[in-house]
Design a protein around this ligand. Structure first.
Ligand SMILES: Cc1cc2nc3c(=O)[nH]c(=O)nc-3n(C[C@H](O)[C@H](O)[C@H](O)COP(=O)(O)OP(=O)(O)OC[C@H]3O[C@@H](n4cnc5c(N)ncnc54)[C@H](O)[C@@H]3O)c2cc1C
Length: 450
Protein backbone atom coordinates (compact mmCIF):
# COMPACT_ATOMS: atom_id res chain seq x y z
CA UNK A 1 0.00 0.00 0.00
CA UNK A 2 2.66 2.52 1.02
CA UNK A 3 5.61 1.20 -1.02
CA UNK A 4 7.71 3.91 -2.67
CA UNK A 5 7.43 3.90 -6.43
CA UNK A 6 10.65 3.96 -8.46
CA UNK A 7 9.61 7.42 -9.72
CA UNK A 8 9.44 8.68 -6.09
CA UNK A 9 13.15 8.14 -5.77
CA UNK A 10 13.87 10.36 -8.77
CA UNK A 11 11.78 13.21 -7.47
CA UNK A 12 13.22 15.92 -5.19
CA UNK A 13 12.67 15.83 -1.46
CA UNK A 14 10.91 18.94 -0.23
CA UNK A 15 11.40 20.91 2.96
CA UNK A 16 8.59 23.29 3.87
CA UNK A 17 9.75 26.06 6.23
CA UNK A 18 13.05 27.91 6.09
CA UNK A 19 13.63 28.41 9.81
CA UNK A 20 16.53 26.70 11.56
CA UNK A 21 14.76 23.33 11.58
CA UNK A 22 14.06 23.47 7.84
CA UNK A 23 17.56 24.67 7.00
CA UNK A 24 19.15 21.93 9.14
CA UNK A 25 16.94 19.32 7.44
CA UNK A 26 17.83 20.60 3.98
CA UNK A 27 21.51 20.58 4.87
CA UNK A 28 21.40 17.02 6.21
CA UNK A 29 19.50 15.79 3.13
CA UNK A 30 21.78 17.58 0.67
CA UNK A 31 24.89 16.29 2.42
CA UNK A 32 23.48 12.78 1.98
CA UNK A 33 23.34 13.42 -1.75
CA UNK A 34 19.59 14.02 -2.16
CA UNK A 35 18.10 16.52 -4.54
CA UNK A 36 16.36 18.98 -2.22
CA UNK A 37 13.96 21.89 -2.65
CA UNK A 38 13.21 24.22 0.24
CA UNK A 39 10.04 26.35 0.31
CA UNK A 40 9.82 29.38 2.58
CA UNK A 41 6.82 31.71 2.60
CA UNK A 42 8.85 34.78 3.62
CA UNK A 43 11.37 36.58 1.44
CA UNK A 44 14.22 35.50 3.72
CA UNK A 45 15.48 32.43 5.55
CA UNK A 46 15.71 32.19 9.33
CA UNK A 47 12.09 32.13 10.51
CA UNK A 48 11.95 33.41 14.07
CA UNK A 49 15.69 34.10 14.02
CA UNK A 50 15.67 37.26 11.99
CA UNK A 51 16.27 40.97 11.66
CA UNK A 52 14.43 43.95 10.23
CA UNK A 53 15.41 47.37 9.02
CA UNK A 54 14.34 50.09 11.43
CA UNK A 55 12.51 52.73 9.38
CA UNK A 56 13.89 55.76 11.26
CA UNK A 57 17.55 54.86 11.73
CA UNK A 58 17.87 52.64 8.67
CA UNK A 59 19.73 50.12 10.80
CA UNK A 60 19.28 46.40 10.54
CA UNK A 61 18.39 45.15 14.02
CA UNK A 62 17.27 41.81 15.36
CA UNK A 63 13.61 41.38 16.14
CA UNK A 64 15.04 39.89 19.32
CA UNK A 65 18.57 39.00 20.33
CA UNK A 66 19.17 35.24 20.28
CA UNK A 67 21.58 33.72 22.76
CA UNK A 68 23.31 30.38 22.33
CA UNK A 69 24.89 28.50 25.22
CA UNK A 70 27.92 26.23 25.38
CA UNK A 71 25.59 23.27 25.97
CA UNK A 72 23.93 23.89 22.58
CA UNK A 73 26.31 21.52 20.83
CA UNK A 74 24.26 21.07 17.63
CA UNK A 75 23.82 24.81 17.22
CA UNK A 76 27.57 25.28 17.54
CA UNK A 77 28.23 22.45 15.08
CA UNK A 78 25.67 23.94 12.67
CA UNK A 79 27.30 27.38 12.66
CA UNK A 80 30.73 25.75 12.20
CA UNK A 81 29.49 23.61 9.29
CA UNK A 82 27.86 26.55 7.58
CA UNK A 83 30.89 28.82 8.00
CA UNK A 84 29.30 31.52 10.19
CA UNK A 85 31.05 30.67 13.45
CA UNK A 86 33.13 33.87 13.33
CA UNK A 87 29.92 35.94 13.49
CA UNK A 88 29.42 34.91 17.12
CA UNK A 89 31.40 36.08 20.14
CA UNK A 90 31.97 33.75 23.05
CA UNK A 91 31.56 35.25 26.54
CA UNK A 92 32.72 33.22 29.54
CA UNK A 93 31.35 35.64 32.09
CA UNK A 94 27.75 36.48 32.97
CA UNK A 95 27.35 39.99 34.41
CA UNK A 96 24.58 39.90 37.01
CA UNK A 97 23.36 43.35 38.08
CA UNK A 98 22.01 43.04 41.62
CA UNK A 99 19.01 44.99 42.95
CA UNK A 100 21.20 47.87 44.19
CA UNK A 101 23.02 48.12 40.86
CA UNK A 102 26.07 46.12 41.94
CA UNK A 103 27.82 44.19 39.14
CA UNK A 104 28.50 40.58 40.14
CA UNK A 105 30.63 38.69 37.66
CA UNK A 106 29.59 35.06 37.48
CA UNK A 107 32.35 33.10 35.81
CA UNK A 108 32.80 29.36 36.18
CA UNK A 109 36.36 28.42 37.06
CA UNK A 110 37.95 26.51 34.22
CA UNK A 111 40.35 24.53 36.39
CA UNK A 112 37.78 23.10 38.80
CA UNK A 113 35.80 20.00 37.76
CA UNK A 114 32.04 20.37 37.22
CA UNK A 115 30.00 21.08 39.34
CA UNK A 116 32.65 22.59 41.67
CA UNK A 117 33.48 25.10 38.90
CA UNK A 118 30.29 26.98 39.89
CA UNK A 119 31.25 27.63 43.51
CA UNK A 120 33.37 30.78 42.95
CA UNK A 121 30.72 32.23 40.63
CA UNK A 122 27.91 31.66 43.13
CA UNK A 123 30.05 33.17 45.88
CA UNK A 124 30.20 36.38 43.86
CA UNK A 125 26.44 36.89 43.81
CA UNK A 126 26.78 39.26 46.73
CA UNK A 127 23.23 40.50 46.52
CA UNK A 128 22.21 37.14 47.99
CA UNK A 129 23.01 36.20 51.57
CA UNK A 130 25.46 33.33 52.30
CA UNK A 131 22.63 31.00 53.33
CA UNK A 132 20.81 31.61 50.05
CA UNK A 133 23.96 31.02 48.02
CA UNK A 134 24.63 27.78 49.86
CA UNK A 135 20.99 26.78 49.43
CA UNK A 136 21.21 27.47 45.68
CA UNK A 137 24.30 25.26 45.34
CA UNK A 138 22.52 22.50 47.25
CA UNK A 139 19.34 23.00 45.19
CA UNK A 140 21.25 22.76 41.91
CA UNK A 141 22.85 19.49 42.93
CA UNK A 142 19.56 18.04 44.16
CA UNK A 143 17.77 19.10 41.00
CA UNK A 144 20.47 17.49 38.88
CA UNK A 145 20.22 14.26 40.86
CA UNK A 146 16.42 13.97 40.47
CA UNK A 147 15.69 10.88 38.44
CA UNK A 148 14.14 12.00 35.13
CA UNK A 149 10.51 11.03 34.84
CA UNK A 150 10.26 10.05 38.51
CA UNK A 151 7.31 11.82 40.04
CA UNK A 152 8.54 14.19 42.72
CA UNK A 153 5.19 15.50 43.90
CA UNK A 154 5.89 18.98 42.58
CA UNK A 155 5.05 19.62 38.95
CA UNK A 156 6.27 23.15 38.42
CA UNK A 157 9.80 24.27 39.18
CA UNK A 158 8.51 26.91 41.64
CA UNK A 159 6.60 24.17 43.50
CA UNK A 160 9.72 22.03 43.70
CA UNK A 161 11.95 24.91 44.82
CA UNK A 162 9.54 25.83 47.61
CA UNK A 163 9.22 22.22 48.71
CA UNK A 164 13.04 22.12 48.86
CA UNK A 165 13.06 25.10 51.21
CA UNK A 166 14.56 27.62 48.75
CA UNK A 167 13.90 31.13 50.05
CA UNK A 168 11.75 33.59 48.11
CA UNK A 169 14.87 35.75 47.61
CA UNK A 170 16.72 32.81 46.05
CA UNK A 171 13.73 31.99 43.82
CA UNK A 172 13.22 35.60 42.66
CA UNK A 173 16.83 36.64 42.38
CA UNK A 174 18.49 33.53 41.11
CA UNK A 175 16.27 30.70 39.91
CA UNK A 176 13.76 32.94 38.15
CA UNK A 177 16.47 35.03 36.55
CA UNK A 178 18.15 31.93 35.17
CA UNK A 179 15.14 29.92 34.13
CA UNK A 180 12.70 32.48 32.73
CA UNK A 181 15.07 33.44 29.93
CA UNK A 182 16.16 29.86 29.25
CA UNK A 183 12.62 28.47 29.22
CA UNK A 184 10.60 31.48 28.07
CA UNK A 185 8.18 30.87 30.92
CA UNK A 186 7.77 31.93 34.54
CA UNK A 187 8.91 29.56 37.29
CA UNK A 188 5.29 29.43 38.51
CA UNK A 189 4.21 27.85 35.21
CA UNK A 190 7.33 26.07 33.94
CA UNK A 191 7.53 22.31 34.38
CA UNK A 192 10.09 20.74 36.69
CA UNK A 193 11.58 18.38 34.08
CA UNK A 194 12.59 21.08 31.59
CA UNK A 195 14.01 23.28 34.37
CA UNK A 196 16.09 20.31 35.50
CA UNK A 197 17.41 19.93 31.97
CA UNK A 198 18.49 23.58 31.82
CA UNK A 199 20.36 23.33 35.12
CA UNK A 200 21.97 20.01 34.22
CA UNK A 201 23.07 20.93 30.69
CA UNK A 202 23.88 24.55 31.33
CA UNK A 203 25.56 24.32 34.71
CA UNK A 204 26.25 20.86 36.08
CA UNK A 205 27.42 18.60 33.27
CA UNK A 206 30.30 20.62 31.94
CA UNK A 207 32.40 23.66 32.64
CA UNK A 208 31.53 25.03 29.22
CA UNK A 209 27.75 24.61 29.39
CA UNK A 210 26.96 28.18 30.41
CA UNK A 211 29.33 30.00 28.06
CA UNK A 212 27.35 32.57 26.09
CA UNK A 213 27.45 32.81 22.32
CA UNK A 214 26.18 36.20 21.16
CA UNK A 215 25.84 37.29 17.54
CA UNK A 216 28.28 40.03 16.53
CA UNK A 217 26.17 41.07 13.54
CA UNK A 218 22.40 41.15 12.94
CA UNK A 219 20.91 37.66 12.85
CA UNK A 220 19.79 38.15 9.25
CA UNK A 221 23.46 38.48 8.29
CA UNK A 222 24.07 35.05 9.80
CA UNK A 223 21.04 32.99 9.02
CA UNK A 224 19.61 34.47 5.82
CA UNK A 225 22.05 35.18 2.96
CA UNK A 226 24.99 33.02 4.15
CA UNK A 227 22.70 30.03 4.74
CA UNK A 228 21.04 30.53 1.40
CA UNK A 229 24.49 30.58 -0.27
CA UNK A 230 25.60 27.46 1.61
CA UNK A 231 22.43 25.53 0.74
CA UNK A 232 22.67 26.54 -2.92
CA UNK A 233 26.33 25.45 -3.00
CA UNK A 234 25.14 22.04 -1.90
CA UNK A 235 22.60 21.99 -4.72
CA UNK A 236 19.50 22.86 -2.68
CA UNK A 237 16.92 24.86 -4.64
CA UNK A 238 15.71 27.57 -2.28
CA UNK A 239 12.29 29.07 -3.12
CA UNK A 240 11.66 32.21 -1.10
CA UNK A 241 8.24 33.87 -1.00
CA UNK A 242 6.67 30.48 -1.73
CA UNK A 243 4.07 29.13 0.64
CA UNK A 244 3.05 25.50 0.68
CA UNK A 245 -0.74 25.47 0.71
CA UNK A 246 -1.55 21.77 0.78
CA UNK A 247 -0.05 18.32 0.80
CA UNK A 248 -1.24 15.55 -1.51
CA UNK A 249 -1.21 12.06 -0.05
CA UNK A 250 -2.31 9.01 -1.99
CA UNK A 251 -1.87 5.28 -1.45
CA UNK A 252 -0.30 6.05 1.94
CA UNK A 253 2.51 8.26 0.66
CA UNK A 254 3.04 11.96 0.04
CA UNK A 255 3.17 12.53 -3.72
CA UNK A 256 3.08 16.33 -4.13
CA UNK A 257 2.71 19.70 -2.50
CA UNK A 258 0.53 22.53 -3.72
CA UNK A 259 2.20 25.93 -3.62
CA UNK A 260 0.93 29.49 -3.38
CA UNK A 261 -0.37 30.39 -6.82
CA UNK A 262 -1.75 26.87 -7.24
CA UNK A 263 1.36 25.31 -8.74
CA UNK A 264 1.76 21.60 -7.93
CA UNK A 265 5.20 20.12 -7.25
CA UNK A 266 5.64 16.34 -7.36
CA UNK A 267 8.01 15.21 -4.65
CA UNK A 268 9.53 12.00 -3.31
CA UNK A 269 9.34 12.94 0.39
CA UNK A 270 8.69 15.87 2.68
CA UNK A 271 10.02 17.49 5.83
CA UNK A 272 7.36 19.74 7.36
CA UNK A 273 9.28 22.33 9.40
CA UNK A 274 6.59 24.92 10.17
CA UNK A 275 5.49 26.14 13.63
CA UNK A 276 2.88 24.04 15.42
CA UNK A 277 0.06 26.47 14.83
CA UNK A 278 0.61 26.30 11.04
CA UNK A 279 0.30 22.51 10.79
CA UNK A 280 -3.48 22.52 10.58
CA UNK A 281 -3.29 24.82 7.53
CA UNK A 282 -1.17 22.29 5.65
CA UNK A 283 -2.95 19.07 6.58
CA UNK A 284 -6.62 19.06 5.63
CA UNK A 285 -9.14 17.86 8.24
CA UNK A 286 -9.32 14.53 6.34
CA UNK A 287 -5.52 14.14 6.48
CA UNK A 288 -5.14 15.12 10.14
CA UNK A 289 -5.66 11.61 11.57
CA UNK A 290 -2.49 10.67 9.64
CA UNK A 291 -0.46 12.97 11.87
CA UNK A 292 -1.34 10.81 14.83
CA UNK A 293 -4.64 9.40 16.10
CA UNK A 294 -3.69 11.04 19.36
CA UNK A 295 -2.56 14.48 18.05
CA UNK A 296 -2.22 16.90 20.97
CA UNK A 297 0.10 19.59 19.62
CA UNK A 298 -2.88 21.97 19.34
CA UNK A 299 -2.84 22.06 23.12
CA UNK A 300 0.64 23.64 23.27
CA UNK A 301 0.22 27.19 24.52
CA UNK A 302 2.30 30.08 23.21
CA UNK A 303 4.55 32.23 25.37
CA UNK A 304 5.56 35.78 24.43
CA UNK A 305 8.98 37.45 24.39
CA UNK A 306 9.44 41.23 24.17
CA UNK A 307 12.46 43.11 22.92
CA UNK A 308 12.72 46.81 23.78
CA UNK A 309 15.09 48.54 21.34
CA UNK A 310 16.56 51.79 22.64
CA UNK A 311 18.80 54.39 21.02
CA UNK A 312 20.43 56.85 23.44
CA UNK A 313 22.49 59.95 22.68
CA UNK A 314 25.44 58.47 24.59
CA UNK A 315 26.82 55.14 25.77
CA UNK A 316 25.14 54.16 29.04
CA UNK A 317 27.37 51.16 29.84
CA UNK A 318 30.49 49.50 28.53
CA UNK A 319 29.20 46.00 29.31
CA UNK A 320 28.31 43.95 26.22
CA UNK A 321 25.52 42.18 28.08
CA UNK A 322 24.03 41.98 31.57
CA UNK A 323 21.50 39.94 33.50
CA UNK A 324 19.23 42.38 35.34
CA UNK A 325 18.06 40.91 38.64
CA UNK A 326 14.69 41.64 40.24
CA UNK A 327 13.44 43.98 37.52
CA UNK A 328 10.99 43.94 34.60
CA UNK A 329 13.99 44.14 32.24
CA UNK A 330 15.72 40.77 32.28
CA UNK A 331 18.69 41.03 29.90
CA UNK A 332 20.55 43.95 28.41
CA UNK A 333 22.51 43.50 25.19
CA UNK A 334 24.80 46.03 23.57
CA UNK A 335 25.54 44.22 20.32
CA UNK A 336 27.15 47.19 18.56
CA UNK A 337 30.22 48.55 20.27
CA UNK A 338 30.14 51.72 18.14
CA UNK A 339 27.39 54.33 17.86
CA UNK A 340 25.23 54.23 14.79
CA UNK A 341 26.53 56.45 11.98
CA UNK A 342 23.01 57.61 11.06
CA UNK A 343 21.71 60.98 12.37
CA UNK A 344 18.79 59.34 14.17
CA UNK A 345 20.86 56.45 15.48
CA UNK A 346 23.02 56.94 18.53
CA UNK A 347 23.99 54.25 20.98
CA UNK A 348 21.83 51.19 20.65
CA UNK A 349 20.96 48.69 23.35
CA UNK A 350 18.33 45.99 23.52
CA UNK A 351 16.38 44.83 26.56
CA UNK A 352 14.81 41.37 26.45
CA UNK A 353 11.85 40.31 28.57
CA UNK A 354 10.81 36.65 28.36
CA UNK A 355 7.41 35.33 29.43
CA UNK A 356 6.13 38.81 28.63
CA UNK A 357 2.47 37.80 28.19
CA UNK A 358 1.84 39.37 31.59
CA UNK A 359 2.92 42.77 30.13
CA UNK A 360 0.59 42.55 27.14
CA UNK A 361 -1.98 44.94 28.56
CA UNK A 362 0.61 47.60 29.36
CA UNK A 363 0.91 50.51 26.90
CA UNK A 364 4.27 50.44 25.11
CA UNK A 365 5.18 53.95 26.23
CA UNK A 366 4.81 52.95 29.86
CA UNK A 367 6.97 49.87 29.36
CA UNK A 368 9.71 51.98 27.74
CA UNK A 369 9.50 54.43 30.64
CA UNK A 370 9.79 51.65 33.18
CA UNK A 371 12.77 50.10 31.37
CA UNK A 372 14.53 53.49 31.13
CA UNK A 373 13.93 54.11 34.86
CA UNK A 374 15.47 50.73 35.62
CA UNK A 375 18.51 51.49 33.47
CA UNK A 376 18.89 54.88 35.17
CA UNK A 377 18.83 53.18 38.55
CA UNK A 378 21.77 51.01 37.45
CA UNK A 379 23.99 53.20 35.26
CA UNK A 380 24.56 56.88 36.14
CA UNK A 381 25.13 57.71 32.45
CA UNK A 382 21.57 56.58 31.72
CA UNK A 383 20.26 59.29 34.03
CA UNK A 384 21.74 62.01 31.85
CA UNK A 385 21.19 60.23 28.55
CA UNK A 386 18.51 61.34 26.12
CA UNK A 387 16.43 58.63 24.51
CA UNK A 388 16.51 59.37 20.79
CA UNK A 389 14.32 56.58 19.53
CA UNK A 390 12.71 53.37 20.71
CA UNK A 391 10.84 50.36 19.38
CA UNK A 392 9.04 47.60 21.21
CA UNK A 393 8.69 44.25 19.46
CA UNK A 394 6.57 41.59 21.14
CA UNK A 395 6.41 38.14 19.58
CA UNK A 396 3.24 36.71 21.06
CA UNK A 397 3.94 33.20 19.83
CA UNK A 398 7.68 33.34 20.37
CA UNK A 399 7.92 29.87 21.87
CA UNK A 400 5.59 27.25 23.28
CA UNK A 401 5.05 27.38 26.99
CA UNK A 402 7.00 24.64 28.81
CA UNK A 403 4.29 23.74 31.29
CA UNK A 404 4.39 20.42 33.17
CA UNK A 405 2.07 18.96 30.48
CA UNK A 406 3.73 20.36 27.37
CA UNK A 407 6.07 17.42 26.78
CA UNK A 408 3.10 15.07 26.49
CA UNK A 409 1.65 17.31 23.72
CA UNK A 410 4.80 17.33 21.56
CA UNK A 411 4.61 14.88 18.67
CA UNK A 412 7.26 12.43 17.51
CA UNK A 413 8.71 13.40 14.13
CA UNK A 414 7.42 10.28 12.39
CA UNK A 415 3.78 10.20 11.37
CA UNK A 416 1.61 7.57 9.69
CA UNK A 417 2.83 8.64 6.24
CA UNK A 418 6.33 7.11 5.90
CA UNK A 419 7.76 9.76 3.58
CA UNK A 420 6.72 12.75 5.71
CA UNK A 421 8.73 13.81 8.77
CA UNK A 422 7.89 16.67 11.14
CA UNK A 423 10.55 19.06 12.39
CA UNK A 424 10.62 22.19 14.53
CA UNK A 425 11.42 23.33 18.04
CA UNK A 426 7.95 22.19 19.16
CA UNK A 427 8.39 18.52 18.22
CA UNK A 428 9.55 16.00 20.80
CA UNK A 429 13.21 17.04 21.00
CA UNK A 430 13.64 16.89 24.78
CA UNK A 431 14.71 20.57 24.59
CA UNK A 432 12.73 23.73 25.31
CA UNK A 433 11.88 25.88 22.26
CA UNK A 434 15.38 26.95 21.30
CA UNK A 435 17.66 27.21 18.30
CA UNK A 436 19.31 24.04 19.59
CA UNK A 437 16.00 22.14 19.68
CA UNK A 438 15.06 23.35 16.18
CA UNK A 439 18.41 22.33 14.69
CA UNK A 440 18.38 18.95 16.41
CA UNK A 441 14.91 18.18 15.09
CA UNK A 442 15.71 19.35 11.56
CA UNK A 443 18.96 17.47 11.39
CA UNK A 444 17.31 14.28 12.63
CA UNK A 445 14.46 14.72 10.14
CA UNK A 446 16.99 15.06 7.33
CA UNK A 447 18.73 11.86 8.40
CA UNK A 448 15.54 9.87 8.77
CA UNK A 449 13.66 10.83 5.59
CA UNK A 450 14.00 8.19 2.88
C1 LIG B 1 11.56 36.73 20.40
C2 LIG B 1 12.27 35.40 20.43
C3 LIG B 1 13.42 35.24 21.18
C4 LIG B 1 14.07 34.01 21.21
N1 LIG B 1 15.26 33.87 21.89
C5 LIG B 1 15.95 32.73 21.78
C6 LIG B 1 17.25 32.62 22.33
O1 LIG B 1 17.79 33.57 22.90
N2 LIG B 1 17.92 31.44 22.21
C7 LIG B 1 17.36 30.37 21.56
O2 LIG B 1 18.02 29.32 21.46
N3 LIG B 1 16.12 30.44 21.03
C8 LIG B 1 15.41 31.58 21.11
N4 LIG B 1 14.17 31.68 20.54
C9 LIG B 1 13.55 30.47 19.96
C10 LIG B 1 14.06 30.20 18.54
O3 LIG B 1 13.95 31.35 17.75
C11 LIG B 1 13.20 29.11 17.93
O4 LIG B 1 13.16 28.00 18.81
C12 LIG B 1 13.72 28.61 16.59
O5 LIG B 1 14.15 29.66 15.78
C13 LIG B 1 12.60 27.83 15.90
O6 LIG B 1 13.01 27.40 14.63
P1 LIG B 1 12.02 26.56 13.72
O7 LIG B 1 12.70 26.29 12.46
O8 LIG B 1 11.51 25.39 14.52
O9 LIG B 1 10.73 27.48 13.49
P2 LIG B 1 10.59 28.89 12.74
O10 LIG B 1 11.79 29.71 12.96
O11 LIG B 1 9.28 29.43 13.16
O12 LIG B 1 10.56 28.50 11.21
C14 LIG B 1 9.41 28.05 10.56
C15 LIG B 1 9.39 28.63 9.15
O13 LIG B 1 8.32 28.07 8.41
C16 LIG B 1 7.80 29.05 7.56
N5 LIG B 1 6.46 28.62 7.13
C17 LIG B 1 5.37 28.46 7.90
N6 LIG B 1 4.35 27.97 7.16
C18 LIG B 1 4.84 27.83 5.90
C19 LIG B 1 4.25 27.36 4.68
N7 LIG B 1 3.00 26.92 4.62
N8 LIG B 1 5.03 27.35 3.56
C20 LIG B 1 6.31 27.79 3.60
N9 LIG B 1 6.91 28.24 4.73
C21 LIG B 1 6.18 28.25 5.87
C22 LIG B 1 7.84 30.31 8.42
O14 LIG B 1 7.76 31.48 7.62
C23 LIG B 1 9.18 30.14 9.13
O15 LIG B 1 10.23 30.75 8.41
C24 LIG B 1 13.50 32.90 20.50
C25 LIG B 1 12.34 33.08 19.75
C26 LIG B 1 11.74 34.31 19.69
C27 LIG B 1 10.53 34.48 18.81
Amino acid sequence: MSEPRASDQLRPLAVVGGGLAGMAAALALAERGHKVELFEQNQCLGGRVGSFRDALTGERIDRCMHVGLGCCTRLLEFIRRTGVEDRFAKHRRLNFIGPAGEVCRFQPWPWLPAPLHLVPGLARLRYLGPRDRLGIARGMLRLGRLAPGRPSGARTIAGWLRAEGQSEAAIDRFWSVLLVSALGETVQRAGLAMARKVVLDGFLRSRRGCELFLPKVPLGEIFDRPMNDRLRQLGVEVHLGTRARAIEISAGRCRAIVLSGGKRRRIGGLVVAVPWRQISRLFSPRQRPLLSPDWKADRLEPAAITAVHLWFDRAITSLPHAVLVGRTSQWMFRPLAKPSPTPHGGHYIQIVISASHRLAAQPRGRLVERVCDELASIWPAARQARLLHHRVVTEREAVFSVTPESDSFRPAPRIAVPNIVLAGDWTDTGWPATMEGAIRSGWQAGLSLD
